[in-house]
Design a protein around this ligand. Structure first.
Ligand code: AMP
Ligand code: ZN
Length: 471
């Protein structure tokens, strides 16, 4: 299996530190708001990677943090505290915000068939671990106290810009346009490990530490949570491409300074989902969430399918037109699978099975090429073999793709049967209601639902879309 490694800028053969086992770390969400579908693109593609590793026979342990403290609106040490901002916006405490949006994140993951990692660890649960590592970094000369805060001293490293040969003047956080320079830093790229002199007087979450009452920086949490659960050798670290600098660069700096050797071998970065107008954002334009897509009548798995149609290392443009194209393709795929289910099955042909499976594994072994893996799925549908073989292959590929292909096909056949029996008047009302939901005219949608109900039918929202049946 080959994976592109951001560290070497090359596709490399994947060889885990311990044969047969894979340790995998994922930067989790900052839980100050709902995840947008861009964030979720990263989690979908990381989910596919994890599932393919398991499919290939590896024993995977995957850890994810939940950022509930320390992440400022800039990924460096400037801007507002994201959690505090969320709490103020909703007149709640930081912990209430964290709990609410952590649950909302996992609800979205469930709708998108994203598996929950083996370990999920909120940063606020690991303060003692952060203090232990920061203390050791100070002792070993890699960190210093200035103006009350603790900083990592990047000048102590042989190479700081590990992912790119950045020029310090161009990219160091302290000199980016519009960013104030922190006078306490000895070097421009230095970053905060522990804040005590907070500019946020109303900081809610604070802990006692050897350096005074304060709170951790964002970067230290991922190093510590990863090492706590996965030890000193990490096979794969994942995240969206924006995390490569400064977040992952700083994680490497701290972790390797602490353990004294190379920490993580493979860096898996997912390119961004953008809109036609540019970067996806929670604050400007339409805030694209899974719930919004559902309100507009899309099955969340259509969004997963849309993501899988492209390679994770290409940026992807979201538009409703593109999503509609994916929805049409997904519906056709499901209908083809339905007709396979409803036809004469025959026996599984092992030779045909292996040959078609080889197409799928070749695509996935080549840097998780999901777009070619979907082509391999279409090859199965077209293949000259028994339906039993086709179904076995669809089920097999879906362990990785997680599109609920067979379940959706069975349910869609069921709802088509039921739909056929619906009177024309109900079908028309259902169509008008679908349009009203797409137009976000929820009052009209509710009115239409009431009309359908009054005619003796039940309207249900399911994972596969709206189902209408007789009461
Ligand atoms: P955050 O909640 O901001 O910490 O981000 C969660 C994850 O989403 C991180 O891995 C980010 O790198 C990733 N991410 C942020 N924006 C996008 C985007 N537009 N497309 C894909 N991934 C993203
Ligand atoms: Zn992280």
């Amino acid at each position: 299996m080959y994976l592109y490694n951001t560290l070497s800028h090359k596709k490399e053969e994947f060889i885990p530190h311990t044969p047969g086992k894979v340790s995998m770390y994922t930067c989790g969400p900052t839980v100050y708001h709902y995840a947008h579908i861009g964030n979720l693109r990263s989690y979908i593609m990381e989910d596919v990677l994890e599932k393919y590793l398991r499919y290939a026979g590896y024993d995977v342990k995957r850890v994810m943090n939940i950022t509930d403290v320390g992440h400022l609106t800039s990924d460096g040490d400037t801007g507002d505290d994201k959690m505090l901002k969320g709490a103020k916006r909703e007149h709640k405490t930081v912990m209430e915000i964290a709990r609410f949006y952590t649950d909302a994140f996992f609800e979205d993951c469930k709708k998108l068939n994203i598996k929950r990692p083996d370990v999920v660890e909120p940063a606020t649960g690991c303060i003692a671990d952060f203090i232990k590592v920061i203390s050791a970094l100070i002792e070993r000369g890699y960190a210093y106290e200035a103006g009350g805060n603790i900083y990592f001293d990047t000048s102590k490293l042989e190479k700081y810009y590990v992912f790119n040969d950045f020029k310090e003047e161009d990219l160091a956080v302290g000199v980016r346009e519009g960013v104030e320079e922190d006078e306490n830093k000895r070097n421009k790229a230095d970053f905060v490990l522990w804040f005590t002199k907070s500019k946020f007087d109303d900081q809610e979450l604070k802990w006692d530490s050897p350096w005074g009452v304060g709170y951790p920086g964002w970067h230290i949490e991922c190093s510590c949570i990863s090492m706590k659960h996965l030890g000193e050798y990490l096979d794969i670290h994942c995240g969206g491409i924006d995390n490569a600098f400064p977040h992952h660069t700083n994680e490497i700096a701290q972790s390797e300074a602490y353990i004294g050797h190379k920490w993580c071998n493979y860096w898996f970065h997912v390119l961004h989902l953008n809109t036609n107008s540019g970067k996806m954002s929670k604050s400007s334009g339409e805030f694209l969430t899974v719930s919004l897509l559902e309100e507009k009548g899309y099955n969340p798995l259509v969004y997963r399918f849309f993501c899988l149609q492209s390679h994770y290392r290409k940026s992807l443009v979201f538009s409703y037109e593109n999503l509609d194209n994916a929805a049409v393709a997904f519906a056709k795929l499901i209908s083809k699978i339905s007709s396979i289910i409803n036809s004469e099955q025959g026996e599984v042909d092992p030779a045909a099975f292996e040959k078609l499976k080889a197409g799928f594994t070749a695509a996935m072994d080549n840097d998780i090429n999901t777009s070619l893996a979907i082509t391999a799925l279409y090859d199965v549908l077209k293949a000259d073999t028994t339906n039993a073989t086709k179904l076995a292959l669809i089920e097999d590929f879906d362990k990785v793709l997680s599109l609920s292909l067979i379940e959706t096909a069975k349910n869609s056949a069921k709802s088509e049967d039921e739909a056929e029996q619906l009177p024309e008047e109900v079908l028309q009302l259902a169509e008008q209601r679908k349009q009203a939901r797409k137009d976000k005219n929820f009052a009209l949608a509710d009115e239409l639902r009431d009309k359908i109900t009054a005619m003796g039918y039940v309207v249900e929202e399911t994972r596969q879309g709206t189902v209408i049946r007789k009461k």
